[in-house]
Write a protein that binds this ligand. Structure first.
Ligand code: ZN
Length: 256
């Protein structure tokens, strides 16, 4: 089975549609690691599209805040503005869908899905300090997480070797695909544990503005990491028209 793994779409319809077009024909099932909404201009279209496509979706911190489960008090002022704008914008059926999303970790077909960390759905796994306890806590060989918007993840080898997959990806020669998309493939080794971050579809923060996603092939034991350019100007224009804060519009350009 080939799983298309989407995370942190953040109401960016152009990025989502481009990822789906690049992934076309390469996957069997769709999974989503949360943060469908928040920041971007298309919360309804993105929630609707994800609902029709994904077989499993877990909630992210922005889904909780936009659905009114949390009050967004721990968000910075820009995120709070976008949260309240999104709440007003969302149709009642989409709000209800977001409110009822399950909390991770969700164990599915022998791997784990979480938004933040297997230990805490809202924790950011940014380095070894958070990754090592999370890797030790994994009940299965591989877990998929999002939340940081950094494509890659972390590896713990059988002798205790620790590695950042982001660093590894940056040293690989990417395969060039149609429409300027790129792919790097990671082979999963027996006895090694993986926390895999597919990257953010709609608001990357790893210094690369291109939309990110991953495809996991559980028969081949391979994870493919993809990056694809999308129509950024269109998204930014919609954000401007919606009156969303300028720093949120600009950050999409630099991927931070
Ligand atoms: Zn997010």
């Amino acid at each position: 089975m080939r799983y298309l793994i989407l995370s942190d779409i953040h109401s960016n319809l152009e990025a989502l549609e481009t990822c789906l077009a690049v992934a076309e024909g390469r996957y069997d099932r769709v999974l989503c690691l949360g943060d469908l909404v928040g920041y971007g201009p298309d919360p309804n279209a993105v929630t609707g599209r994800t609902r029709e496509l994904a077989e499993a979706v877990i909630r992210g911190n922005h889904d909780k805040a936009c659905a009114g489960i949390t009050d967004a008090e721990d968000f910075n002022s820009l995120a709070r503005v976008s949260t309240f704008w999104t709440r007003d914008e969302l149709h009642p059926e989409h709000l209800a869908f977001l409110r009822n999303l399950p909390q991770g970790p969700l164990v599915l077909d022998g791997f784990e899905l979480v938004h933040g960390s297997p230990l805490d759905e809202d924790e950011y796994i940014v380095g070894p300090l958070q990754a090592l306890p999370a890797l030790a806590h994994l009940a299965v060989q591989a877990g998929f997480f999002g939340h940081t918007h950094h494509q890659g993840g972390f590896v713990l080898g059988p002798k205790g070797q620790f590695q950042s997959i982001r660093d590894w990806i940056l040293h690989q020669e990417a395969e060039h695909l149609e429409d300027d998309a790129q792919r790097v493939t990671l082979k999963l080794e027996d006895g090694t544990r993986y926390l895999i971050n597919p990257g953010s579809v709609g608001q990357p923060r790893d210094g690369d503005w291109r939309a990110a996603f991953a495809i996991f092939d559980d028969a081949k034991r391979e994870v493919e990491y993809y990056r694809t350019p999308y129509n950024l100007f269109q998204t930014q224009e919609k954000m401007e028209k919606a009156g969303l804060p300028e720093p949120l519009i600009l950050r999409l350009t630099i991927g931070r």
